[in-house]
Design a protein around this ligand. Structure first.
Ligand code: CAA
Length: 264
């Protein structure tokens, strides 16, 4: 079952704690217009407030495309001010993923181009279908990546590979995306969602607050000098000793029994 409140995305009711957010403009290969970017942000803000969602899977509607980028037809006549508004909206919407306490998996089911590669890069990990094609084609359109491609992609694959992908506009296949560290896993198309759910189940065995705070520590720390980043880690690590789940996790180990985490 899915909420019908968003025009361009589907947010399914969670099953066993796993919800799926589908970018849903298949006729345009799920290209991101303003309304879709707004819907993505709104749906993510909804997910943030839902305790019944532990892991979110982000994917694209239809067999062919995850997201084929920003909507070129809609933005082609934008002026500088309108372009800035579009980019800021994308940053605000994609930035919500990093602010979610939930773990977010991109299931890249086809083309992930421009804004599609940038949306996938904003997720906590990426599983690519063997049919996926990934690229940053913006320099071929007379622009640069504007939804995080010069920043998040660089942090994932390194400066030189990011600059190569951006300057050549090469569309790489799933194997190459895996080789350069852009995809963390690859799956056959009909096994993609099962693979994502298998990983989600592994995540859900662990303490929810620990997963959320570890995600925060990794993401925030990556942008800080190392001495400040390790201090942040110490603070968060120590805070965990004030949680019920730390007591439960360690008691479960010592008593050789299954652990029952409550997220408190
Ligand atoms: N914007 C708007 N419409 C798009 C689109 C996009 N990014 N990508 C695909 N579509 C539309 C097509 O115009 C077409 O619509 P019509 O049937 O009305 O003509 C429909 O989706 C199907 O696409 P194609 O017929 O082109 O399908 P194909 O199989 O021949 O090719 C493709 C698939 C290689 C992905 C091709 O559609 C393509 O190159 N798309 C554009 C990819 C791109 O350049 N993305 C980057 C956009 S810029 C960006 O993202 C900037 C940023 O920094 C965020």
């Amino acid at each position: 079952m899915s909420f019908e409140k968003y025009e361009n995305v589907l947010l399914e009711e969670p099953e066993e704690g796993i919800a799926v957010l589908t970018v849903n403009r298949p006729k345009a290969l799920n290209a991101l217009n303003l309304a879709t970017l707004q819907d993505i942000g709104d749906a993510l803000r909804e997910v943030k407030g839902r305790d019944d969602i532990r892991v979110l899977i982000v994917t694209g509607a239809g067999p062919k495309s995850f997201v084929a980028g920003a909507d070129i037809k809609e933005m082609q006549n934008d002026n500088v001010t309108e372009a800035l508004k579009l980019s800021k909206l994308a940053h605000s919407s994609f930035g919500e993923i990093e602010h979610l306490p939930q773990f977010v998996i991109a299931a890249v089911n086809g083309y992930a181009l421009g804004g599609g590669c940038e949306l996938a890069s904003s997720c906590d990990m990426r599983i690519g279908s063997t049919t996926a094609k990934v690229g940053q084609p913006e320099t071929g359109l007379g622009i640069i990546p504007g939804f995080g491609g010069t920043q998040r992609l660089t942090r994932l694959v390194g400066r030189d590979k990011a600059k190569e992908m951006i300057a050549t506009c090469d569309m790489i296949d799933a194997k190459e995306a895996y080789r350069i560290g852009l995809f963390d896993e690859i799956a056959e198309p009909d096994e993609l969602m099962d693979k994502a759910k298998d990983i989600a189940h592994k995540v859900m065995k662990n303490a929810p607050l620990s997963v959320a705070r570890a995600k925060y520590s990794v993401d925030r720390g990556a942008d800080l000098p190392l001495d400040v980043a390790v201090d942040l880690e110490s603070q968060i690590w120590a805070e965990m000793f004030g949680t019920e789940d730390q007591k439960e996790g360690m008691a479960g180990f010592v008593e050789k029994r299954p652990k029952h985490f409550t997220g408190k």
